[in-house]
Design a protein around this ligand. Structure first.
Ligand SMILES: Cc1cc2nc3c(=O)[nH]c(=O)nc-3n(C[C@H](O)[C@H](O)[C@H](O)COP(=O)(O)O)c2cc1C
Length: 405
């Protein structure tokens, strides 16, 4: 951890005194700390103590001109390798879970592009209350890391879970987050495409498809959780991006191709977007009018660039290039032929035909995938798209471990 830096957010709880020891322990290990002290936190520890121990000035006020000119709040939130919240009050957890940003601490937590580790501390009834449980679940699913709380007698005299983890436990969690956050794909760059493309007919109409982006977003999230540096090139979708990915939004297939090429070189590319095969040849610049008596307009289509095949032929070809094949019949045979034709290393094939009730894999939450490589074919059972993403990432990890040994 030597040479790393931490942004420590100190919230307003009795356990704030333990944050002082935490700073000392971090300094012993060569970790630099900058601190944000909430105004409630400053009721428990003084800015002077925090400044003396960190050797840095303490940041407290979102609207301080001096703070902003010395280091803006966005820069402050991103300059560190990890953001640690200790003590994490019910209030700070709730604000982050709800996306509120009405002071420096909560704004920095939302603005950061770094992992967040929270060490909650609160009265046992607060910790067990339904809103705090809900916020905890939300934060965990957003990728926030947690250490503690532990069980024991609390400053308020009650007994149970809610005591903040001890400084050395927090140090261990920081060390794990700093060294492992990366995980097995640390240092590798991944490019993922997701969602549909929209091909304009005129300024208000377009050709598109039913892709929801859920599978690609789940893959981008699983790759980031395994430590890869992920660029997610996405067509228009209704879902939020996973934490710690660089989201690049595009509309058309041609924009998607340009955005992908701009991300090369990459070690891993997973092309899960449902890219339109064709686009209207010449989109109208004004709205196509429905004039009585006029013939129904004819739309001439031209072929879009094939992103998978283009990346396969690129001089910057990703080291592991994975495509998707959405098929409605002869799923495995068609997918296997597609893999060879396009020059991909692996193809994930899925059957996108609708079931008896008109439901399709496209837009749904579950998937049944066949993984086809040069040498092997493997059929996975039906599972959630999140589980399918994790399973794919396990294969990717194994692939890189094997090719590096
Ligand atoms: C004596 C005292 C102790 C407190 N201890 C805690 C605590 O351990 N955990 C907590 O979530 N809130 C605690 N609170 C309430 C918070 O200080 C309060 O919710 C405050 O708004 C939190 O602000 P912050 O999240 O910006 O630091 C305590 C309040 C007082 C008066």
């Amino acid at each position: 951890m030597r040479g790393k830096s931490v942004l420590l957010v100190i919230g307003g709880g009795i356990a704030a005194y333990k944050a002082l020891e935490l700073i000392r322990r971090l300094a012993e290990r060569g970790v630099k700390t900058r601190a944000i002290l909430t105004s409630a936190g400053a009721q428990f520890v003084t800015p002077l103590s925090v400044a003396a121990l960190t050797g840095n000035r303490v940041f407290s006020d979102l609207f301080s001109l001096t703070d902003e000119s010395e280091m803006g709040h966005i820069e402050l939130s991103r300059a560190a390798d990890l953001v640690v919240v200790a003590p994490a009050t019910a209030d700070l957890m709730g604000k982050l879970a709800a996306g509120l940003a009405n002071d420096l601490a909560s704004t920095a937590l939302i603005a950061t592009d770094k992992p967040i580790l929270m060490a909650p501390a609160m009265n046992v009834r607060m910790w067990q209350s339904p809103p705090v449980r809900r916020n905890l679940e939300t934060l965990k699913s957003d990728g926030v890391l947690f250490v503690g709380p532990g069980d024991g007698e609390m400053a308020c005299g009650e007994f149970g879970p809610g005591r903040m983890a001890e400084p050395l436990e927090i140090i261990a969690a920081i060390e794990a987050a700093l060294t492992n956050h990366g995980g097995p794909l640390n240092g590798l760059k991944a490019l993922v495409t997701a969602g549909p493309t929209q091909e304009p007919l005129d300024p208000i109409r377009f050709l598109a498809n039913r892709s929801s982006g859920k599978q690609g977003y789940a893959i981008a999230g699983a790759l980031a959780a395994a430590g890869a540096d992920v660029a997610l090139v996405s067509g228009p979708v209704e879902i939020a991006p996973p934490p710690h990915v660089n989201l690049i939004k595009v509309g058309t297939a041609r924009q998607m191709l340009r955005a992908c090429e701009a991300q090369l070189p990459a070690d891993i590319a997973v092309m899960s977007a449902a890219v339109a095969d064709w686009r209207p040849e010449s989109p109208a610049s004004g709205k196509i009018k429905k004039d009585d008596g006029r013939a129904v307009p004819e739309i001439r289509l031209v072929e879009n660039p094939d992103i998978l095949a283009t990346l396969a032929k690129s001089s910057n070809r990703p080291r592991l290039l994975i495509g998707f094949a959405a098929e409605t019949d002869h799923v495995r045979a068609h997918a296997s032929a597609k893999r060879a034709r396009k020059g991909a290393d692996w193809i994930l094939a899925n059957d996108v035909s609708a079931d008896g009730e008109g439901r399709s894999v496209m837009g749904g939450d579950r998937n049944q995938i066949h993984l086809i490589t040069v040498e092997t074919e493997e059929s996975w059972p039906e599972m959630s798209k999140a589980d399918a993403a994790r399973r794919l990432v396990q294969h990717i990890v194994r692939h890189f471990q094997e090719t590096q040994t």
